[in-house]
Design a protein around this ligand. Structure first.
Ligand SMILES: Cc1ncc(COP(=O)(O)O)c(C=O)c1O
Length: 401
């Protein structure tokens, strides 16, 4: 008997949850996915904030093709002068303030977090790391240490010592707990896994002030926020606050795996001595990934993809008015719909997927539905997607009568 792909997936691809979506996707293009049965889905979550320019954008595909015919991996991190790395670093740093002029390439967001924590400890000579309740910065030991959720951490202790968790948006906590002992404060301008909780500008400004007073490094994690998703290229542009270290990944790669942490050249130079090779990897800055990322960045610019994010975000809010939706949080293309309870949310999500729309929940908030479409989505597609959500809510509620 032939074993199905689904069964082979369950048998041989390591599983991380008792139940997964297990969709068998055969093709992805723009905002659409199609499965083995020929069914089409609108991807309303961008593969969790990755496909900002849509799936298989022709510019990204072309760049990958061209670079993969030229060279791919040449050497471990930092040894050779590689044009794709330089072009991308120049393009990103051109968009940033002067203190963020040096890019360290990583393979993932988690690895960017790890590098940034190390850099902060190295630059300050201090050890205390401050993070926030229900923050998510990755899944490895260091990143897990600054996760603000004990349920997900406890099985893996001991983790890094000297970590303090503060309440997000609490200026009191900031003023009380960021001290001369603090090496780094790490947070997202829009906290993703709680259901897109937006940091107030006053909160971020209070953190900036405290970091300046105490010498702590301010690390902003824009791994989900960045590359246009917040309504500006970087979310921090809307806050009046500039970080000491910036983290990017996910949407940065146009669909290929790449991340980075960015700081000043002077700070990054700490990795060159005592010890030499203070932070290294093999594949960071892979030429093909860099070429894809540059094509993604340029596409966001040339196709003016950020211009309409706020009005499209408003359109989504205006179309999703239903007594079952208790609240809509977030900004730009990071929105969450709050329902009364987890069961209802999961049932509506399942109905949406059945009806051809991919939506999801949040790691630390199972009562809310995640909406994070590709930036290229059109108004007509938004109307279709929101129509599916409204119909799916009614379908679930009617089935309970
Ligand atoms: C805000 C944030 N930081 C860090 C990470 C970790 O990134 P990666 O999964 O690429 O390691 C994620 C991933 O979901 C994230 O959303």
């Amino acid at each position: 008997m032939q074993i199905s792909n689904r069964q082979l997936f369950l048998n041989h691809v390591a599983q991380v949850a008792p139940k997964t979506m297990a969709l068998e996707i055969t093709k992805a293009s723009g905002v659409y996915l199609s499965d083995t049965g020929g069914k089409s889905y609108i991807d309303f979550i961008s593969g969790i904030s990755v496909s900002n320019v849509g799936h298989c954008h022709p510019n990204v595909v072309k760049a990958i093709r061209k670079q993969s015919e030229t060279f791919m991996h040449l050497m471990v991190y930092g040894e050779y002068v590689q044009a794709p790395q330089i072009d991308l670093a120049k393009a990103i740093t051109d968009l940033l303030p002067k203190n963020l002029d040096s890019v360290f390439y990583t393979n993932s967001g988690t690895e960017a977090t790890e590098g940034a924590l190390k850099l902060a400890k190295r630059v300050t000579g201090k050890t205390e790391l401050i993070c926030f309740r229900d923050s998510y910065h990755g899944s490895s030991h260091g990143a897990l240490s600054v996760m603000g959720n004990e349920e997900f951490k406890q099985a893996f202790r001991p983790l890094l010592p000297d970590v303090r968790i503060l309440e997000y948006n609490s200026i009191d906590d900031v003023n009380k707990y960021i001290t001369s002992r603090t090496a780094a404060v790490i947070l997202e301008p829009v906290q993703s896994e709680t259901g897109y909780t937006v940091a107030s500008n006053e909160f971020l400004q209070a953190i900036r002030k405290k970091c300046d007073e105490t010498g702590a490094m301010l690390i902003l994690d824009e791994i989900q926020n960045g590359f246009g998703r917040s309504g500006t290229f970087f979310a921090f542009e809307q806050t009046g606050v500039v970080p000491d270290i910036l983290l990017l990944a996910k949407g940065m790669g146009g669909g290929l795996p790449i991340g980075c942490f960015i700081s000043s050249r002077e700070r990054m130079n700490e990795f060159t001595h005592s010890p030499v090779l203070g932070n290294i990897n093999t594949f960071g800055g892979n030429a093909v990934c860099c070429a894809a990322s540059l094509a993604c960045l340029e596409t966001i610019q040339t196709e003016n993809l950020i211009k309409d994010i706020d009005s499209k975000s408003e359109l989504i809010r205006s179309l999703l008015v239903h007594p079952a939706i208790k609240n809509i949080k977030g900004k730009g293309f990071m929105l969450s719909l709050d329902f009364d309870d987890t069961d209802l949310n999961f049932q509506i999500i399942d109905a949406c997927v059945k009806n051809g729309l991919i939506v999801d929940w949040f790691l630390f908030n199972t009562q809310s539905m995640r909406i994070a479409p590709p930036l290229i989505i059109t108004e007509a597609e938004i109307k279709m997607a929101c129509g599916i959500i409204m119909d799916s809510i009614d379908e679930v509620l009617n089935s309970k009568k």
